[in-house]
Write a protein that binds this ligand. Structure first.
Ligand code: ADP
Ligand code: ADP
Ligand code: ZN
Ligand code: ZN
Length: 753
């Protein structure tokens, strides 16, 4: 047995085909392979889950009962695991109190600096914490923003109370809340609000301190304390513990409010005592509002014996943010507003600061959101983690990141049932020379698109100034494929996902996010073949179509159509067992006696899209099935839960839905995320098809393989943050190659032959 390796034997989780694998420890191991080949199934669903599960077993049942439950992965053996830390792109949890400064712990160092060197001194360091009652601004409780009722959303002043002037549902005409106003006798309920006198208006919004009569439900007269609408709404729906409201009320109320910067602290979150304390003329909020790069310069000026060493400690941590390409962020940036790729890199910085060794760090495509320029620095950080004595597992497609691997595991050969094997294990050199799909892709080098499509028109945005945009006027060509490029933080998402989509709301955003559906959704329900399929079965058997639905008449009575039974055992993991009656098929057993050309409904749902196309000859079904095949999802089975799809698979199933439309504008933010170089070919072919069908496609993209195949490039920069926000180049890829100022151009020149 090799203790120097993680050893997996006979793994069958998801699509893994009895996989046996040795993963060397204290090395950087990169997992490659097409989307759906099984990379995540090995790294996340097997290694990470088992490591977490074994770790949890070491706790007492008391603690264990409070931890998330992990089911044992399907494998014969998984040995020599180390504790695993998953560094993924999930948004950083936490609330509006979490900022880049607090989550990286750099803010606490700055607080110490102010408590020692700030003048006048406000006290010890908790006084500078906006999460501590001693430091927080009393007006906004340290949030920097205040929530207020938004009268424009709450009221339609063209209407009278009787016509429904109050737009908030719990105050709708006829409700108790509405009666308080409409039947108070204070206002003419038939008078449009905008005709109210100033006095009536003030009374309506703010009046209080007296009682008004009302008719109660039994017809008798009663009386109520009057409270103006604004006061009442804010008391009931804003200034209270919102967790006591029903989700519906909370959602309804959220639609009626707007947020603005706190007038007391001007967004700084701290009270006046903390803000009065300064170092070199700046208070702590000023420092936290600076971009990391500038903050490093400012802190470097602090040289005195007390402040110098503390400033140096802060600089050391800030330098890690800079090293990972986040120098354009500021410490006061709420973590809820950073992108997935940025969140992942912030997590890396947090772990680099720790002194743990002997851990397994697992990264999910760390290159996401990173320009080729920044990849070199990312690789440096991965090496640092390894050199501290950790094992670093990386799922990645970017050739420049694959380069950093000590060892590569290539999964494949195909996706889904066609994947699940390790088709190659060895060094990057050996991979490049190998006859694997990944090897072939790594060897190729292709020129930029020679003949680009002509734009059919232009969609413009003018004078954009959001975030770092510097009065940008941009023209997006229609009828072509446009790539918006630029280093991280240059302003791509701001320009496209915020400004452009707000100015052109008809644009359709296609992302990789989860498809909001129920646990029972599947490719079959998504592409809309379940209804015709049920009718087909009904007709062939002369029975009711509802019988073929596991949500209604056809549901197995034992498990209610879930296919499994959940049993909660005290002090132990809950046990999920396959339903004895339906054997997991979700259907009432007798439903399966009804056949269509020899197959039951369960047999049909177990077919892959490819097999279904052979079996189902009916025209309307075939047209829909073909779209799945056109987007390269031939290997999905019709009944697989949608929640099991990878991000790339989700994106493609959404595109499948759009394939037969025309005249649309599509916006995609980094559509190559999660895609192998070979999948990128499929994606670009799909985008080309959409354009050829008369649509406009705009992608935000770093992948040079997409950039070189676009018809038009809009390159933002020149750099990130305040050094970005301008259009550096617009034109065809061939002309981009000649651009002297664009960082993207420099990298494209290296990538083409
Ligand atoms: P990769 O990470 O290489 O993109 P995954 O490991 O996510 O691939 O998926 C491998 C295959 O397993 C895919 O076909 C995917 O649809 C399938 N799969 C993933 N999770 C589940 C699940 N919970 N149930 C069924 N199939 C799954
Ligand atoms: P890109 O998409 O090119 O990586 P972004 O548009 O995300 O760049 O960011 C451009 C600039 O705007 C950066 O300096 C970033 O920190 C800033 N920014 C982005 N989103 C927000 C936000 N919600 N609040 C404050 N600043 C933001
Ligand atoms: Zn405040
Ligand atoms: Zn059942």
């Amino acid at each position: 047995m090799h203790r120097d390796s993680i050893v997996i034997k006979g793994a069958r989780q998801n699509n893994l085909q009895d996989l046996t694998l040795r993963i060397p420890k204290e090395k950087i191991v990169v997992f490659t392979g097409v989307s759906g080949s099984g990379k995540s199934s090995v790294v996340f669903d097997t290694v990470a889950v088992e490591s977490q599960r074994q770790l949890n077993e070491t706790f007492t049942w008391f603690i264990r009962n409070r931890l998330p439950k992990y089911e044992r992965p399907d494998a014969d053996a998984i040995d020599h695991l180390a504790p695993a830390i998953v560094v993924d792109q999930r948004p950083i949890g936490g609330n509006s109190r979490s900022t880049v400064g607090t989550m990286t712990d750099i803010y606490s160092v700055i607080r110490v600096l102010f408590s020692r060197c700030g003048r006048p001194s406000a006290g010890e360091s908790s006084v500078y914490s906006f999460n501590d009652p001693q430091g927080m601004c009393p007006e906004c409780d340290g949030l920097g923003r205040v929530v207020r009722a938004d009268l424009d959303r709450l009221l339609d002043t063209a209407k009278s109370l009787n016509d429904g002037a109050i737009l908030f549902q719990p105050f709708a005409v006829g409700t108790f809340q509405w009666q308080l106003f409409a039947e108070s006798g204070l206002f003419d309920p038939d008078k449009p609000l905008r005709e109210f006198t100033q006095q009536e208006w003030d009374l309506f919004l703010h009046g209080k301190g007296f009682r008004v009569p009302r008719l109660n439900h039994t017809g008798r007269m009663g009386s109520n304390a009057f409270e103006g609408l604004l006061e009442r709404f804010e008391r009931l729906y804003i200034k209270r513990d919102l967790s006591t409201l029903s989700e519906r009320s909370r959602e309804a109320a959220a639609g009626m409010v707007s947020q603005r910067t706190c007038p007391a602290c001007d967004g700084a979150r701290l009270n006046q005592a903390a803000l009065a304390s300064r170092i070199g003329g700046r208070n702590i909020a000023d420092l936290c509002a600076m971009e990391v790069a500038d903050l490093i310069g400012t802190l470097a000026e602090i040289q005195d014996p007390v402040g110098g060493p503390i400033a140096a400690a802060a600089i050391q941590r800030l330098a890690r943010l800079e090293a990972i390409g986040l120098s354009y962020l500021s410490l006061d940036r709420p973590t809820g507003t950073v992108s997935g790729g940025e969140a992942q890199r912030l997590k890396v910085v947090r772990h680099l600061g720790s002194s743990l060794t002997g851990m397994t760090y697992i990264f999910d495509e760390p290159s996401t959101g990173m320009h080729p320029r920044d990849i070199g620095r990312l690789n440096g950080l991965l090496r640092q983690l390894r050199d501290k004595g950790n094992t670093v597992l990386v799922v990645e497609h970017d050739p420049d990141v694959i380069e950093v691997a000590d060892h590569v595991v290539d999964m494949g050969p195909g996706a889904g049932a066609h994947g699940g094997h390790a088709v190659f294990q060895g060094t990057v050199e050996q991979l490049r020379a190998s006859d694997t799909l990944t090897g072939r892709c790594l060897r190729r080098s292709a020129p930029v698109k020679p003949a680009c499509r002509e734009p059919s028109g232009w969609l413009t945005v003018t004078g954009a100034t959001l975030h770092n945009l510097k009065d940008v006027t941009a023209r997006f060509p229609t009828g072509v494929l446009t790539a918006v490029t630029g280093v991280a933080g240059s302003g791509k998402s701001t320009l496209v996902s915020e400004v452009f989509t707000a100015a052109h709301p008809e644009a359709i955003v296609v992302d990789q996010s989860a498809i909001a559906t129920s646990r029972r959704s599947s490719p079959a329900t998504y592409i809309g073949i379940m209804d015709p399929l049920r009718r087909l079965f009904a007709k062939a058997n002369g029975v009711d179509p509802g019988l073929f639905s596991h949500n209604s008449k056809g549901a197995c009575p034992e498990c209610d159509g879930n296919g499994v039974i959940y049993t909660d055992l005290a002090f132990m993991d809950p046990v999920t067992t396959t339903c004895r009656l339906c054997h997991g098929t979700r259907y009432r057993p007798e439903v399966l006696r009804h056949r269509l050309r020899g197959k039951s409904i369960v047999d049909v749902l177990a077919l892959t899209a490819e097999e279904a196309l052979d079996f189902l000859t009916e025209k309307p079904l075939r047209a829909k099935l073909r779209t799945l095949n056109e987007v390269g999802l031939t290997y999905l089975t019709l009944g697989q839960p949608l929640s099991s799809l990878s991000g790339g698979e989700r994106q493609r199933i959404k595109l499948a839905d759009q394939l037969h439309r025309t005249g649309q504008v599509y916006v995609l933010d980094e559509p190559t995320t999660g895609l192998h170089m070979a999948d990128v070919d499929t994606l670009v072919a799909l985008l080309d098809r959409l354009v050829d069908a008369g649509n406009t496609v705009i992608v935000i993209e770093h992948d040079l393989d997409v950039v070189r195949r676009a018809d038009w490039i809009i390159d933002l920069g020149p750099d990130g943050g305040k050094h970005g926000g301008r259009i550096v180049f617009e034109g065809t890829p061939a002309r981009l190659l000649e651009s002297a100022d664009s960082i993207t151009a420099a990298h494209l020149r290296k990538a083409v032959p």
